[in-house]
Structure formats: C-alpha cells, structure tokens
Design a protein. Structure first.
Length: 273
C-alpha cells in the first residue's frame, strides 16, 4: 500500500491545496458539529461499541465518535496518508486511546466482517466512482443488526437568495468536474436506494438543513462553495469567474434579506440478523 500509485480521485487534497482545504474541512466539521453529535447520540450506541469511520479524513469526527464509545473502539479508514497523519496527531494530542487508523480504500478495507456496531460514511459516497461498492463494504463490516449510516449532500438542494450571477454555471462546472473524476454532486437523493439495493433493513433518511442562519453567509460560502475553487476546469469556468461568484455570496453577509441553505442527507439502515 505504501508504494501504491494512487489513481485520480474525485477528492484529492493535494490537488485541492492542503493549505486551504484542511482549514475548510475543520470549519465544515465544526460548523454543524452540534447537529451531527445530536444525531449520533440518538443512535444510543453502547459504550463498548465498535465504530468504523470510512473516509475519516483528518479525523475531526473520528475523535468525537471515540468519546461516544469510551469502552469501545473506533477505526478510522482513509486512503490519504497525509490526512491520516493529521488524524493520528489529533488523536494523540487529545489522549484518545480507543482510536486507530488504517490506510486503505473504503470499498476494500482489511477489517473483519460482521464486527462493527456502526459503520459511518460521512461525505464519502459523493467522491467514489462506485458508491454501491462502498455500501456493500459497509454491509460486510456491520454486525448482524448493526447500523450502516451514510451522510452526504446534494447540490440540487443548494439555494442562495438572492442568487448571484454565475452560480448555476459554477454548480454545473463543478458537477461536471467531479463526475469526470468519478464523483456525484447529486448523491444525496440516491442514498436510500443504495442502502436498499444492498439489502439493508429499517431504512430511514433524515434531512438536516444547513443554513446561513446557522453559520453566517461567509462561512456558508466557504463550506459549500470553497471546495469548488480547485475542482472546476478553467476551460469550463475561468478561476476569476469562480472567485467572483464565491465573493458575491460572501458579500451577502451584509444584506439582512439574504438567506442560503443546503441539505445534509442522513441515510441509515440495519444489517439483517
């Protein structure tokens, strides 16, 4: 694995510029943390539960998951060694002893079958060329009766009012770029179907609004649009035009009539047994 040459991916932090993307990931994790933790607490996992965090990235949420299961264990999985280094450093700095990290692809993890009480994939499926392979792996990892939870977004639910000129062009260019890399900016609406196709039971999809009221328009713009700066092909939309759209959204912060929202889709199901 250490010597493996990684293929092009829908999400590659080195191509996106770690100096800006790492702070954006931290901001994203922090902005809706209370909402995410409230959902996770409602799952009522036992304190000795095993959690697999697929696509854990720099480990911001992995650390919080570990505190939900103080007598259990959390296994963070990611393919990016740089992100895993951040995750390990964070876990060490916080004195978390029930966390470990594994470098591997999310659809082919070298972990035992049927052991996890919760398999969690957060903003992962939008980046994978074969989402069903990831969901199949989540099914395999879950114990009988265990939970599989996929959390993601969908640009079809992104609304900004008043809408700045060029926004739809930016969304289309970003969707095209991600699609060419094997990703899907409209994955949220498909999550229930992916879980159903793999045979998971007790399916449920919750919609969690993420709004400018919650975080402010500037933070909203950075979280929901900042990722697209390095993603969009200049042939489809020149960088200055991309930046102009993002700047226009941030400037809405000064307008009391402005409002923006995105939706987070939280799909869950249980492995039969």
């Amino acid at each position: 694995m250490e010597d493996q040459v990684l293929p092009a991916r829908s999400y590659d932090i080195e191509q996106l510029d770690p100096s800006t993307e790492l702070p954006r990931l931290a901001l994203q994790a922090k902005a809706a943390l209370d909402l995410e933790l409230a959902f996770l607490r409602r799952l009522k996992l036992p304190e000795d539960a095993t959690i697999v965090d697929l696509g854990c990235g720099p480990g911001h949420i992995t650390a919080h998951l570990s505190r939900l299961v103080p007598r259990g264990q959390v296994i963070g999985v990611d393919i990016d060694e740089g992100l895993l280094a951040q995750a390990r450093a964070q876990a060490s700095a916080q004195g978390l002893h029930n966390v470990r990290f594994v470098r591997t692809w999310a659809h082919d993890a070298p972990l035992p079958s049927g052991q996890a009480d919760l398999v969690y994939a957060r903003f992962l499926l939008q980046h994978h060329p074969e989402p069903r392979e990831v969901v199949a792996e989540m099914y395999r990892l879950a114990r009988p009766g265990g939970l599989v939870v996929a959390l993601d977004t969908d640009d079809g639910a992104l609304v900004i009012h008043p809408e700045p000129a060029g926004l739809q062009r930016l969304l289309a260019a970003a969707a095209k770029a991600q699609r060419q890399r094997g990703g899907d900016r409209q994955v949220g609406r498909k999550l229930r179907g992916y879980l159903a196709q793999e045979g998971l039971h007790a399916l449920q999809v919750d919609l969690v609004p993420f709004t400018s009221e919650l975080v402010g328009m500037r933070t909203f713009a950075e979280i929901c649009l900042g990722f697209k700066r390095k993603l969009v092909d200049p042939a489809d939309m020149e960088p200055a035009a991309v930046e102009a759209v993002i700047e226009a959204v941030t400037h809405l912060d000064a307008r009391p009539t402005a409002f923006a929202h995105a939706l987070v889709y939280v799909a869950q199901g249980r492995r039969p047994g």
